[in-house]
Design a protein around this ligand. Structure first.
Ligand SMILES: C[S@@+](CC[C@H](N)C(=O)[O-])C[C@H]1O[C@@H](n2cnc3c(N)ncnc32)[C@H](O)[C@@H]1O
Length: 217
């Protein structure tokens, strides 16, 4: 059974999955820094083993890695079963499955890389190190994670989203705080890149962070 916070997140995304997919499935067309970071990530992990797009939502990150970066070992994982179905429908060449980053159904030291775009924002601050350690457990030594999040101190609680009633927390993070969590979870070579928000029609007006970090060899 998921914990109450995760149950709220799962149920919320199950409700909005189809509307979210149509809003964001082509977002990389308007996000040059996403594209640059994903190409850099793909060039580092290609040929080294399975790559998980954690918290994949409708699968647009996995699709970019597969189709634009020739990273054919990518698969998607998400807490929301409805998102998994939608991602699979939209991206028939890519495997997707349900999973929880706090308790991943995979053996130690098996994945070459993980992209985690805006899913850590649904983990409470007190559990972020636990989530990062769990992803580190399944990474191979030398494996790479690319994590993104909204920068800030606040936690936004949504009760209405895409015309659905939800109860979902979106936690913003400070870059120094997140680097401290990554160090505590055992990662090395931590590199954070910050950017300003793109235009309002492209995304929510928050500053963004991209972090590369490695599991030590
Ligand atoms: C803001 S959406 C981001 C989706 C996609 N990565 C993107 O960039 O559009 C957050 C995603 O994280 C997933 N998620 C939240 N908590 C999770 C958990 N504990 N394990 C796996 N996925 C989770 C949600 O179901 C949702 O698909």
């Amino acid at each position: 059974m998921p914990e109450p916070v995760q149950a709220d997140i799962q149920q919320g995304y199950d409700k909005v999955a189809v509307a979210y997919a149509s809003a964001f499935i082509h977002e990389q067309d308007h996000k040059p820094m996403d594209r640059e970071m994903l190409r850099r990530f793909a060039d580092s992990v290609r040929g080294k083993g399975p790559v998980c797009d954690m918290g994949c939502g409708p699968g647009q990150i996995a699709a970019y890695l597969f189709h634009q970066c020739d990273l054919h070992s990518v698969f998607g994982m998400d807490l929301s079963q409805r998102f998994v179905q939608e991602a699979a429908r939209l991206n028939p060449l890519i495997p997707f499955r349900q999973g929880n980053m706090l308790k991943i159904d995979a053996t130690d030291n098996t994945w070459a890389g993980i992209t985690a775009f805006y899913c850590i924002i649904h983990i409470p601050h007190a559990q972020v190190v636990e989530a990062l350690k769990e992803m580190g457990r399944v990474l191979k030594p030398g494996g790479l994670i690319l994590l993104t999040y909204h920068i800030g101190q606040e936690s936004v609680h949504l009760t209405d989203w895409f015309e659905e009633q939800v109860s979902m927390d979106f936690n913003f993070y400070d870059p120094v705080e997140m680097e401290t969590y990554l160090q505590a979870a055992g990662y090395t070579n931590i590199q954070t890149t910050l950017r300003q928000p793109y235009a309002p029609e492209v995304e929510h007006q928050s500053h963004r962070a991209y972090v590369f970090a490695e599991k030590p060899i």
